[in-house]
Design a protein around this ligand. Structure first.
Ligand SMILES: Cc1cc2nc3c(=O)[nH]c(=O)nc-3n(C[C@H](O)[C@H](O)[C@H](O)COP(=O)(O)O)c2cc1C
Length: 222
C-alpha cells in the first residue's frame, strides 16, 4: 500500500458520489457520468482499477498514471480547471481512503463500466481493492449501489454474480441499446441514455434524454 498523503478533504458538505471505473470496455460511460455529476455541482470520488488504465487509453486516448489524475480527468472532459475542487481521485490500493469506511457519508456509488472481475469480487465480498471495498461498504450501509456490467455474452458465473448483487440490493443497469426515441440514434445518444438512467437511480435531475411522453408526437389524450 502506498503511504503518500491522501488528497485533502473538501469543506463542501454535500455528499459525494463514488464512481468506480474498471477494466471493462465502456470507460466513456464512466467519464460521461463524472462530467455530468460535476456539472450538477455534485462532488465525485473516483477510483479507477489498475486494469482500467489500458482500456481507458485504448478507448479515449487518455493516459492515466502518475500524479494529478484529477487534473488530467478535468482536462480530458474539457471542463474549467476550477472543477477539480469537486473531484477526488483515490488509488485502487488505498484501502485507507475515505470511501473504504461506512463512517464516510456518500450519496451512493456507481461502478461504470463494471468488469466481470470486479463484479466477482464485489459479489463474493473480496474487498482487497478500493473499488470492491467501497462497493461493499455502500451495500452494508444500505446506500444506492449501481453496477453497469459490460460483457457479452454472459456466462453462468457472471449471471450468478449479478443475481447475488441484485439480491443484496444493488441496481444492475447494463448499457443496453435503446431505439424507441430519436435521441438514441447516435452513440452519444446511447451513452447519454445509460448515464441518464444512472442519474435517475441516484435521484439527480438531468436532461440527458427525453422522457417517454415528453417527446414530440407523444399521446396527449387517452
Ligand atoms: C481492451 C479491453 C477490453 C476489455 N473489455 C472487457 C469487458 O468489456 N468486460 C470485462 O469483464 N472485461 C474486459 N476486459 C478484461 C478486463 O480488463 C480484465 O478482466 C481485468 O482483469 C479486469 O480487472 P479489474 O476488474 O480490476 O478492472 C477487457 C480488457 C481489454 C484489454
Amino acid at each position: 500500500m502506498s503511504s503518500a498523503p491522501l488528497p485533502a478533504q473538501p469543506q463542501n458538505p454535500n455528499k459525494p458520489v463514488v464512481v468506480g471505473i474498471t477494466g471493462a470496455s465502456g470507460s466513456v460511460l464512466g467519464f460521461r457520468l463524472i462530467e455530468e455529476l460535476l456539472l450538477l455541482n455534485q462532488r465525485v470520488e473516483l477510483v479507477m482499477t489498475e486494469k482500467s488504465y489500458q482500456v481507458i487509453f485504448e478507448e479515449t486516448g487518455l493516459k492515466i498514471g502518475g500524479q494529478d489524475k484529477a487534473q488530467r480527468v478535468i482536462q480530458h472532459l474539457n471542463l474549467p480547471t476550477e472543477r477539480v475542487e469537486q473531484l477526488r481521485v483515490y488509488e485502487n490500493n488505498r484501502l485507507d481512503a475515505p470511501p473504504s469506511s461506512g463512517t464516510h457519508m456518500t450519496h451512493g456509488m456507481a461502478v461504470i463500466p463494471c468488469s466481470m472481475g470486479t463484479l466477482g469480487r464485489i459479489a463474493n465480498g473480496i474487498t482487497d481493492t478500493l473499488v470492491a471495498r467501497a462497493a461493499d461498504v455502500t451495500l452494508k450501509e444500505h446506500r444506492k449501489l449501481i453496477v453497469v456490467p459490460r460483457e457479452s455474452p454472459f456466462n453462468q458465473i457472471h449471471l450468478r454474480n449479478l443475481s447475488t448483487l441484485a439480491q443484496c440490493g444493488a441496481v444492475i443497469l447494463p448499457p443496453m441499446l435503446s431505439f424507441y426515441l430519436p435521441d438514441f440514434g447516435t452513440i452519444d445518444g446511447q451513452i447519454n441514455y445509460t448515464v441518464g438512467k444512472v442519474l435517475d437511480q441516484l435521484g439527480l435531475a438531468h436532461n440527458l434524454y427525453t422522457r417517454w411522453g415528453q417527446h414530440s408526437g407523444a399521446l396527449t389524450t387517452s
